[in-house]
Write a protein that binds this ligand. Structure first.
Ligand code: AMP
Length: 940
């Protein structure tokens, strides 16, 4: 780039020797003796070529003012870097005021020696970045204000995420965004011979690294992935669907002759059914069934056979039966007899077609008739192969003589007080000429103890001499030369009644009425018993459940859901102390909660010292549900007692507004606190905070409480940097967290997607393991000083990315061990995630060995990925000071030092001795008490 000397032409182009004694051209200025210097040097117009943020790397040398003899206060050791955006590539004169200052640049190194021949030149390299978005290009300018500088080189560049192929999608070389935190969303295009599985997307980060690959492509049928491209399947191989993992060898009895086959062709004589998958071997139709035998039983035939000798490589052989009724004549198929299909009245059991068993009973055949049965065997490729009669076997039989079938129905044609006229149809299968019918009847009440028989040639009979208003039962059977058939089923008819039928009817109606009402009452009683028993069993189940739950953790206090109390006030008075409103002094508003303002103030309870508290109040005009939800948080919080759980002081429910009083946390919520103090804590301090949160969460999980909304915004920090878990609203957890609002509505509520484990999003499986996932996100929030998880990605993309295995990268300066712990918390299988107890142990170990926290994995930059590992040798022992810092007690350092405690070892040693003395003292007091109780007044 050419550089222009401007204004007073004080910059000069000079040749000097570099460190390797190679001559280089520089621009120099050195007016250190004259005051009010303002010497400008600017570059040519630099096109920005689509870049939105450019980096300027300046190499220069700078003289140390002290080394210049006789200079007064006029000498400077910095210069200023400016830029000016312009569409004009040949602006000859640009006003100073048009330039915008990028930065004042100072040297890391300066040199003192004047003698160019002897000195070792110290070259400074400084990089600054500038957002250039408004014009086609820009000018850079260097303003000297009285320093002794030599500009050796100026390199202007921008960063790109390099062209890459990910999940078979090509992502072009992409210029990074304008801001250091902006992500550029890029859509990939599928590589040749591939199709989209799900829209391929990635984000180009400000440092030129690709982030969060989502979606991707799949190789087309006939192609497989090799080295990031889709290559055709070789001959002898095939791939049927794009979702198949790769090309597979042709299945048996098939081949592919050309590259890129999507299916293999069957060898001659082999076939594939329409429903056969391409991965299945080609097969053949079966051979004929074997050893068909028949057993005739009057008018039924039992047919049995054995499966074909060759099944053709398939297991879907089925059989069908053809039934022919044959008369002697000439027919090729049946050996000289004329055959026609049997009628539809023949019965086949279990069926006639689609048989998978090898035995059929054919019944309802005509007596003394010739039949031919043909059994066909087929399978899935019988049709494709065109195979027919070759796969069948037949048998001919003659049925025996048989008696007629039973009469199927009897009608009463005339009824009087003493007679019944009956008629019926000929049996369906008379099996010969009917010679006679036999009618058997008896009074219904008598059963068959005494019956009468009548015989007739016709299909009707008049039965006389019967009693009035009596029910009679009738059976009819037919007789042929083969003998009697079976009697029909019973048919009942009643003779006509005597006079006064109404009385009889009345009695019947009353009886009916009584029966109906009786049945009704019975039904009502049964329903009541059913409901009561259901309720009972539900109750006993609840009881059992809770008992079961208690068994889970014998001896440990278990959290009780306040919503199991019918009366919310009962729960609140069980778990929270009622505070007299006169002992509360409200001072100022500190935040806005879901139900109203949150204030800070003081609480003075009789007999205790005054303390600072936070006061949440329920705004006027609340509904019953809001009151219940508001107080539920106190009922939950009141059950906990742990230094890392926000402590409930009490509630005000007897007067309005209702209030919840908790301990006051001076530094407010953790996310806002970290953002405010970006980069200001040591890693040990951050780990100390995380330890506190893990300890609180371990306590909650031991109590069987699942938080469901663990996030940095729901952690509060006090003045000693102690972190405490808060926000125990139950309904609020899923419905009213601003993070959840308008995000993802699952059946039953809204979920803070970025913090929630995949199984909890997918099917609302909230467990301590899903809290562990959220804890991992909180770790990430803490180490990145309150950065938003997954930045500005939308929720759907977050869900997809997690589903595809993407996990948040390590934040800047994040120790490897901490990121590994986060990744463990984000295991897809929740059983694989650590427990809070394990997390706590791990963090304790890290605090005891801070050296393990010094290994830092830096994120990749552009196409050059660099991994910086701080050498182990510079790890000092953990000092007393660091330990005090980590537990927020560094203010006692001087006091301890004054008392002679200068190392952690000496302090811990004394602490242990103190603790032992305390035990001895307690034991001593205990003995005295026992003695006192035993001796009583005597001692007194
Ligand atoms: P919450 O309704 O619990 O989300 O509270 C709303 C806001 O009030 C929080 O984000 C905090 O900034 C503040 N706050 C709530 N409780 C306390 C507390 N105990 N000490 C200090 N600030 C609190």
């Amino acid at each position: 780039t050419g550089l222009y000397k401007c204004a007073c032409l004080k910059w000069e182009e000079v040749s000097i020797m570099d460190e390797k004694n190679i001559p280089i051209r520089t621009y120099q200025v050195c007016n250190v003796l004259e005051p009010n210097q303002n010497n400008w040097l600017r570059t040519d117009w630099i096109p920005r070529s689509g870049a939105q943020r450019v980096y300027v790397e300046v190499k220069f040398t700078l003289r140390d003012c002290n080394s210049l003899p006789g200079v007064t206060g006029t000498c400077k050791e910095t210069f200023n870097l400016y830029y000016h955006e312009s569409n004009e590539d040949r602006e000859s004169y640009i006003k100073e005021s048009s330039f915008i200052k990028v930065d004042t640049v100072a040297a890391d190194e300066s040199f003192t020696q004047v003698d160019v021949g002897d000195r070792i030149m110290k070259l400074n390299t400084e990089v600054r970045d500038v957002k250039v978005t408004t014009r086609k290009g820009f000018y850079l300018a260097f303003q000297d204000v009285g320093a002794c500088i030599a500009l050796v080189s100026v390199r202007v560049f921008y960063k790109t995420c390099p062209l890459t192929v990910r999940n078979l999608a090509t992502f072009p070389d992409t210029i990074t965004g304008a801001d250091t935190s902006s992500l550029v969303e890029v859509r990939g295009s599928c590589v040749n011979q591939s199709e989209e599985r799900e829209e391929p997307k990635m984000y180009c980060g400000a440092d030129g690294e690709w982030l969060v690959p989502i979606g991707g492509c799949l190789c087309n049928p006939g192609y497989e992935e090799r080295g990031g491209a889709c290559k055709a399947c070789r001959a002898g191989f095939y791939k049927a669907k794009s979702t198949d993992p790769g090309c597979a060898k042709c299945p048996p009895h098939s081949h592919s002759l050309r590259d890129g086959a999507t299916i293999c062709d069957c060898h001659a004589g082999f076939f594939r059914a329409d429903t056969d998958p391409p991965s299945m071997a080609c097969t053949q139709p079966p051979s004929a069934p074997q050893q068909l035998i028949s057993v005739v039983n009057e008018t039924s035939v039992v047919l049995e056979w054995t499966p074909p000798h060759r099944l053709g490589g398939r297991s879907d052989t089925s059989y069908s039966l053809e039934c022919l009724i044959c008369q002697t004549g000439s027919h090729s198929h049946t050996g000289g007899r004329f055959c026609a299909p049997c009628g539809s009245d023949v019965l086949f059991s279990p069926g006639q077609t689609g048989l998978t068993t090898t035995r059929v009973v054919v019944s309802e055949l005509r007596a003394h008739t010739h039949y031919t049965f043909i059994v066909h065997a087929r399978n899935g490729v019988s049709q494709a192969s065109g195979a027919g009669a070759a796969q069948s076997v037949s048998v001919s039989v003659t049925t025996n003589q048989a008696a007629p079938s039973p009469v199927s129905s009897i009608q009463a044609t005339d009824v009087t007080r003493h007679s019944l006229s009956l008629s019926w149809q000929q049996p369906d299968r008379p099996n010969g000429v009917i010679l006679e019918y036999e009618v058997k009847f008896y009074e219904k009440d008598q059963r068959e103890r005494s019956y009468r028989i009548m015989r007739t040639f016709s299909r009707s009979v008049d039965v006389t001499g019967l009693n009035p208003l009596t029910v009679y039962v009738f059976h009819v059977r037919a007789r042929t030369a083969a003998g009697y058939g079976e009697f029909s089923t019973p048919f009942e008819f009643s003779t006509n009644s005597d006079p006064f039928p109404l009385i009889g009817e009345g009695v019947n109606s009353a009886f009916l009425l009584l029966s109906v009402s009786g049945v009704g009452i019975l039904l009502l009683i049964s329903a009541a018993v059913f409901i009561i028993s259901r309720r009972r069993s539900k109750y006993s189940k609840t009881k059992q459940d809770s008992e079961e739950e208690k068994h889970l953790n014998p001896g440990v206090k278990i959290y009780v859901d306040p919503f199991t109390y019918e009366d919310p006030d009962q729960a609140i008075h069980e778990f929270a102390k009622e505070i007299d409103v006169s002992s509360i002094h409200i001072e100022k508003v500190i935040g806005m909660g879901e139900f109203g303002e949150v204030c800070s103030g003081r609480l003075r309870v009789q007999g205790k010292r005054e303390i600072y508290v936070a006061i949440k109040s329920l705004k006027a005009g609340y509904s019953d549900k809001q009151r219940r939800d508001f107080l539920s948080e106190a009922s939950i919080m009141g059950q906990f007692d742990h230094p890392n759980i926000i402590r409930l002081e009490g509630v005000v429910t007897r007067c309005k507004p209702l209030m919840i009083i908790t301990e006051y946390m001076e530094n407010g919520s953790l996310d806002a606190f970290l953002r405010k103090h970006d980069g200001q804590f040591t890693v040990i301090q951050l780990v100390g905070m995380l330890r506190g949160i893990a300890s609180g969460m371990k306590y909650l999980s031991d109590m069987n409480y699942v938080h469901r909304d663990l996030a940095a915004r729901n952690i509060l920090v006090n003045s000693n940097l102690v972190c405490k878990v808060s926000d125990f609203g139950l309904s609020r957890v899923l419905e009213d967290d601003p993070e959840a609002t308008g995000t993802y509505l699952s059946p039953g509520g809204k979920i803070p997607i970025r913090w929630t484990a995949p199984e909890a999003i997918a099917y609302r499986k909230f467990t301590t393991a899903s809290d562990v996932w959220s804890y991992g996100i909180v770790m990430w929030e803490v180490v990145s000083y309150g950065e938003r998880p997954y930045w500005d990605m939308n929720n759907q993309d977050v869900i997809k990315a997690i589903e595809e295995g993407y996990r948040l990268p390590a934040p800047m300066d994040c120790p490897v061990v901490l990121h590994q712990l986060m990744l463990d918390c984000w295991e897809r299988d929740r059983a694989e995630r650590p427990t809070f107890s394990q997390i706590l142990n791990m963090l304790d170990k890290l605090i005891r060995n801070p050296g393990t926290l010094r290994t830092i994995l830096e994120s990749g930059v552009g196409s050059e990925v660099c991994v910086a590992v701080i050498p182990e040798m510079c790890v000092p022992e953990w000092s007393l000071c660091e330990w005090l810092q980590s537990i927020g007690l560094e203010r006692y350092r001087d006091t301890l030092a004054a008392a002679g405690y200068t190392s952690l070892d000496s302090l811990l040693c004394h602490l242990i001795i103190l603790q032992m003395l305390l035990f001895v003292l307690i034991g001593y007091l205990f003995c005295i008490c026992r003695l006192y109780i035993k001796e009583g007044c005597n001692l007194l």
